[in-house]
Design a protein. Structure first.
Length: 153
């Protein structure tokens, strides 16, 4: 089973409670639509959940996170346009994940309204870790070599 399948299995039970939300008829939360691949990373979209269910979703994610083959997962919270004051889902993700970090795990923002949890930096794609690949470092060495050549001639 791939990472998205693993997360969907862990989160499918939330669907029953999500069906009771007042907006469920217009915007149903389903593991099949709110847990998906986004590029190289599995992602969990907390949109269409209330605070209580978002906490449960993040807790379920944390239970599975260490077993993810990708070594990272994106959590989409949005910017809180439907919230009064700061975004509720973002605060839930920050507090739950921040308090649930295992040793060696990292957690950082990933654009507006999203976060990335890295459980294994060796397996996580560079897009998650922000690591610079060999083409960047080759370019740095080439520019430095050219600069030294120009200064010495």
């Amino acid at each position: 089973m791939d990472d998205v399948g693993r997360l969907r299995g862990a989160l499918v039970a939330l669907e029953v409670d999500a069906d009771e939300l007042e907006w469920a008829a217009r915007r149903p939360w389903r593991a099949s639509t709110h847990v998906r691949w986004e590029g190289e990373l599995p992602s969990l979209d907390l949109h269409d959940l209330n605070a209580k269910l978002a906490r449960r979703a993040v807790d379920a994610l944390l239970e599975e996170a260490g077993a993810l083959e990708t070594g990272a997962v994106r959590v989409i919270t949005g910017r809180g346009r439907r919230s009064i004051g700061p975004g509720v889902l973002g605060e839930i993700a920050r507090s739950r994940i921040g308090n649930g970090l295992e040793e060696g795990w990292r957690f950082h923002p990933s654009g507006a309204g999203a976060y990335v949890l890295i459980t294994d930096p060796r397996r996580a794609p560079r897009s998650a870790t922000g690591a610079l690949g060999w083409p960047f470092w080759f370019g740095v060495v080439a520019v430095l070599a050219l600069l030294i050549y120009v200064l010495l001639t």
